[in-house]
Design a protein around this ligand. Structure first.
Ligand code: ZN
Ligand code: ZN
Length: 141
């Protein structure tokens, strides 16, 4: 979701656009790294030292609540945030835990007459880890 769309969503639900909120939305724009709350805090506080860890964490909770980002709970029990709120799948790198987007139609499951959005978990080494494996194979045969 673009920062402008997210700001409109926040305003529509009666929330104001503060400087830290705007900085977090800018950080998320086009960001496919699926950052943790700690990653978001590290990136945003570099430019906005006034944005405390508590402010950043509360903003992430708010953005998740209004649907501007998705909170993904990984097998490592770590929450990662995703500004891509369209239905898509994730490939998880088994080595470093990096998440890569896989465009896909949502898998619709009907349970008790209600449609539930399901997500398929795919494990695949990320490009960086694959490169390390290939480099060490070349080195050590
Ligand atoms: Zn990896
Ligand atoms: Zn994603």
């Amino acid at each position: 979701m673009s920062p402008a769309a997210a700001e409109a969503l926040l305003r529509g639900k009666g929330h104001s656009i503060t400087a830290p909120r705007r900085a977090i939305l800018r950080f998320f724009h086009g960001n496919t790294s699926h950052p943790t709350a700690g990653d978001v805090y590290a990136a945003v506080s570099a430019d906005h030292p006034e944005a405390s860890r508590a402010t950043v964490y509360a903003t992430l909770a708010l953005l998740t609540e209004v649907g501007a980002v998705r909170a993904l709970r990984t097998a490592e029990a770590e929450t990662r945030y995703d500004p891509n709120v369209e239905a898509h799948h994730h490939a998880v790198c088994p080595t470093c835990g990096a998440l890569a987007d896989i465009p896909a139609e949502a898998v619709a499951v009907t349970l008790h007459g209600r449609v539930i959005q399901a997500e398929v978990r795919i494990e695949e080494p990320c490009e960086a880890c694959q490169e390390i494996v290939e480099r060490s194979l070349r080195q050590f045969g």
